[in-house]
Design a protein around this ligand. Structure first.
Ligand code: G3P
Ligand code: MG
Length: 281
């Protein structure tokens, strides 16, 4: 089970990898999260038009690929990710935008060193299968957040596909599934009760939260930082749930929550792992 690979109290989870120092949701971002000493990382999965499981956050490709300047994809920049085949998606560059936009100021500050620019530019959109290969090889746990939030109610085909891949790659115990769409998590547990699931919310907590989490057979609750205080954290911990808070980028709050026993999902895992924190599992 995912949590068996993590410290009992407080762990650092790189959000979309180490996305402040590498293009999010790429192999490089995952490697950076691991190499900086994060205990695990979080990533987002969607399906392509030909039904493959791909790693990507946004609904379209404008922000984090080179689609606007890629001549092979002229006039397709507004299309949704699920209108592209996996093969098409893998032809896009998923790294050069990071150098141009410098979303966290780490290129300008020099934290991203010039020698890394070529490898950053070479990043592509990964398949889930590639990510799981790394997960298995390095025993590096991953929280897979299932996107595809617009499929009709009752359509949980993406979950069946993911679960089949976890079984085939023997990575079930290193993966925690989460989603804003709780129906997906319910389906995952139905397929295999040993899969770890984290109930993800953005603002409002489900009413009767403890009872709700029990009814879902949840292993963890994933609240947004603004909706989670120490009281909620302690209550849920005492009730036996892990609590993984997203996305904490203020290091004082992150350290406080780590000490209180939370999982901290952060864009800056390298800042938590180079200080006084201990990272031994
Ligand atoms: O899983 C936590 C967090 O990633 C949820 O929001 O939009 O960053 O995927 P988002
Ligand atoms: Mg996410």
């Amino acid at each position: 089970m995912f949590f068996d690979h993590l410290p009992e109290n407080g762990f650092i989870c790189g959000h979309r990898g180490a996305r402040s120092i590498a293009p999010e949701n790429t192999v490089l971002s995952m490697e950076k999260a691991k190499n900086c000493g994060a205990h695990c990382w979080e990533t987002d999965v969607r399906t392509s038009s030909d039904g493959q499981l791909i790693i990507f956050h946004d609904e379209n490709l404008e922000r984090t690929t080179d689609i606007k300047t890629n001549k092979f994809f002229k006039d397709r920049e507004k299309q949704q990710v699920d209108q592209f085949t996996a093969e098409e998606l893998q032809q896009l560059g998923a790294g050069s935008w990071f150098l141009k936009d410098d979303p966290f100021g780490t290129v300008a500050s020099g934290e991203v060193v010039p020698e890394e620019k070529e490898i950053i530019k070479s990043q592509k959109i990964p398949l889930l299968s590639e990510i799981l290969e790394f997960t298995k090889k390095h025993s590096f746990p991953v929280n897979v957040e299932i996107k595809d939030l617009k499929t009709p109610a009752g359509d949980t085909a993406i979950v069946d596909k993911i679960m089949e891949m976890l079984r085939d790659t023997e990575t079930m115990d290193l993966v925690l599934l989460s989603s804003f769409r709780h129906e997906y998590l319910h389906r995952a547990k139905e397929i295999d009760k040993n899969i770890g699931i984290g109930v993800l919310t953005a603002k409002k907590h489900p009413s009767n939260l403890n009872q709700y989490l029990h009814s879902m057979s949840a292993d963890a609750y994933h609240p947004k930082q603004s909706s989670c205080d120490s009281l909620l954290l302690n209550n849920l911990r005492q009730a036996g749930f892990r609590v993984n808070i997203w996305t904490i980028n203020d290091m004082t709050s992150a350290k406080k929550m780590l000490t209180a026993g939370a999982g901290v999902i952060t864009d800056w895992p390298q800042r938590l792992t180079t200080g006084e924190q201990s990272h031994e599992t």
